[in-house]
Design a protein around this ligand. Structure first.
Ligand code: ADP
Ligand code: MG
Length: 549
């Protein structure tokens, strides 16, 4: 039941995105169509009963007018749908740091699924509200006995529709979830294809994708089966109801108890009373995927986004950073990514963070950078809570090398210059040298002027990492956050990069996620994370030990 309520909430919120005047316009158009329908039926009955050809032009005009109104209505609805999608997309693009794979599914194919909702379901919903009352009112005037039968049987359509609809909603939810999982997984696989190939794991991944695709297919056919069955049920209910009206009318016509014109009018109009409600069921199924997509989009939009911060500007010096029982939970995750993590990084201290994959190391850096807001606990920079800091100013003082740095479709020099947009070429080259990127940049077709492809295609993952280190070098703030900067380097480049990093980190407060001994040796202290917690007793004072290794 709660699921049904959820769907209702999503529908209402989607409707709320439509400008009021669009809803009013669609309602007026639907009412106009209803009136023309009743008028056309009356003209037809009178023309046939009275064998009066003079009414035919009016009949044609009424039918054409109805068609025209339907066309205008679809035009208005289509325009409104485009507007709503644009708004949602913009909101999603602005949105916080949520899992990129699912956002990509939503931004591309997913949101187009709301088209049938606005172009089909909404106009039909309005028609279902205005047409049946109009028809029933006309029937009361023509033959109240038939009107009573229609009034009694009409509610059966929505009741049966709702019964099957609930089941379909659950199935469509499952179908959407599997498509969504497939999208997220595919994106991750594509992003890591080169790595997977290097480790000979492509076979396993294609197995996983095949299994996900099979699950999606199963969910889709399940949803389709119920959709077909449900339209059959509704068809049956409508046919029986119409028969309940038509049979007595036919008998009374034969016995002469009813005029031909009135009888014809009743016979023509009765199915029209059920039609909008029945079509509503079909439109509902067609739009269910869109509603599921919208629910997903709303969930992403409602997720706690990246914190906006306050106004306090950090001091110029090298700061101390303290994490005080910080807990981070990503939306939808059952386990906390960080749990009650306390850590003090003194001014100028270099702390290495190690731990298995998924331990929360990257999350720790994101928290310090103010990109992820903890659900509880505080991050203090020189004693000032991050919540109160001006985050833009704070990030300007950070050098940050993320785990998967993004390169833009711009020249190598401009990509490095992101760290300091005003830097001249000689400083760019110096940064590249410090990050051991000089050699491979020289090997590129046009050196520093080489334009990298979208997403940085054309450079390897390790080279991308080095460009990101050069970027951080150029940024040169008093705090450095490096996320496994040597993870994809060969031993020779690693040694060179560690040398560069030693210069980069000197005299700065730094948190470095590291595994390999060479990088660990730069740290004053090593902290081990496991399952989101600082592993007690393993806070190693290992400056000397690491260097010896
Ligand atoms: P590490 O860098 O140590 O490998 P992460 O900080 O990336 O670990 O992740 C810690 C945990 O949080 C993991 O269980 C991971 O699945 C989860 N996680 C990371 N990022 C997200 C996200 N954007 N949404 C949901 N869960 C996430
Ligand atoms: Mg990580």
């Amino acid at each position: 039941m709660s699921r049904g309520a959820g769907v209702k909430g999503v529908e209402r919120r989607l409707l709320g995105l439509l400008p009021r005047r669009v809803l009013v316009a669609l309602g007026v158009l639907a009412a106009g169509q209803g009136v023309l329908l009743v008028v056309a039926a009356g003209l037809l009955a009178r023309a046939v009963a009275g064998l009066d050809a003079g009414l035919l032009p009016w009949l044609v005009a009424a039918v054409a007018g109805r068609g025209l109104l339907a066309w205008v209505s679809s035009l208005v609805a289509g325009r409104a749908a485009a507007g709503v999608k644009r708004e949602l997309r913009e909101a999603l693009l602005r949105g916080g740091a949520v899992d990129a794979g699912s956002r990509v599914t939503l931004l591309t194919r997913g949101l187009d699924a709301v088209d049938p909702f606005f172009a089909g379901y909404v106009p039909q919903l309005l028609a279902a509200c205005v047409v049946p009352p109009l028809v029933v009112a006309r029937l009361v005037a023509a033959d109240w006995a038939s009107a009573v039968v229609v009034l009694v049987t009409l509610p059966l359509v929505p009741v049966f529709g709702a019964l099957v609809g609930m089941r379909t909603a659950a199935l469509t939810g499952r179908q959407w979830a599997s498509l969504h999982r497939l999208g997220g997984h595919l994106r991750d696989v594509v992003a890591g294809l080169s790595t997977l190939r290097a480790f000979g794991r492509t076979g396993h991944q294609s197995g996983v994708v095949r299994e996900l695709a099979r699950e999606h297919r199963r969910a889709t056919t399940g949803a389709l089966r119920v959709a077909f069955l449900s339209s059959l049920v509704l068809e049956l209910v409508c046919a029986l109801s119409v028969a309940l009206v038509a049979v007595p009318v036919g008998l009374r016509l034969l016995e002469g108890g009813m005029g031909l014109s009135a009888g014809l009018l009743v016979l023509v109009l009765t199915p029209e009373a059920y039609l909008p409600l029945r079509a509503l069921g079909t439109r509902f199924h067609a739009s269910a995927e869109g509603v599921a997509a919208a629910r997903e989009a709303f969930a992403v939009l409602d997720a706690p986004s990246a914190p906006s911060g306050g106004r306090v500007v950090v001091g110029e010096g090298v700061p101390e950073i303290v994490l005080d029982r910080v807990t981070v939970r990503y939306p939808g995750a059952e386990r906390a990514a960080l749990e009650e993590v306390s850590l003090r990084v003194a001014a100028g201290e270099r702390v290495a963070v190690t731990g298995p994959s998924g331990a929360g190391k990257s999350t720790l850096l994101l928290v310090v950078a103010g990109l992820v807001r903890p659900v509880s606990g505080r991050v203090l920079v020189d004693g000032v809570d991050l919540v109160e800091l001006d985050l833009v100013a704070w990030r300007r003082r950070l050098g940050w090398v993320p785990q998967r740095p993004h390169l833009f479709a711009a020249s190598v020099a401009d990509n490095i210059r992101l760290g300091d947009p005003g830097a001249g070429l000689e400083r760019v080259v110096e940064a590249a040298r410090a990050a051991v990127a000089e050699e491979f940049v020289a090997g590129l077709s046009r050196g520093y002027a080489t334009v990298l492809g979208e997403g940085g295609a054309g450079v390897s993952a390790g080279q991308r990492q080095r460009l990101a280190v050069a970027r951080a070098y150029l940024a040169g703030g008093p705090v450095m956050l490096l996320d496994e900067p040597t993870a994809r380097l060969d031993v020779r480049s690693e040694r060179a990069l560690v040398e560069g990093a030693a210069r980069l980190l000197a005299g700065r407060t730094a948190v470095v996620v590291a595994h390999r001994p060479a990088l660990l040796s730069l740290a004053d202290r090593v902290v081990r994370l496991e399952g989101g917690r600082v592993r007690a007793g393993l806070v190693e004072e290992c400056a000397g030990e690491g260097r010896a290794a």
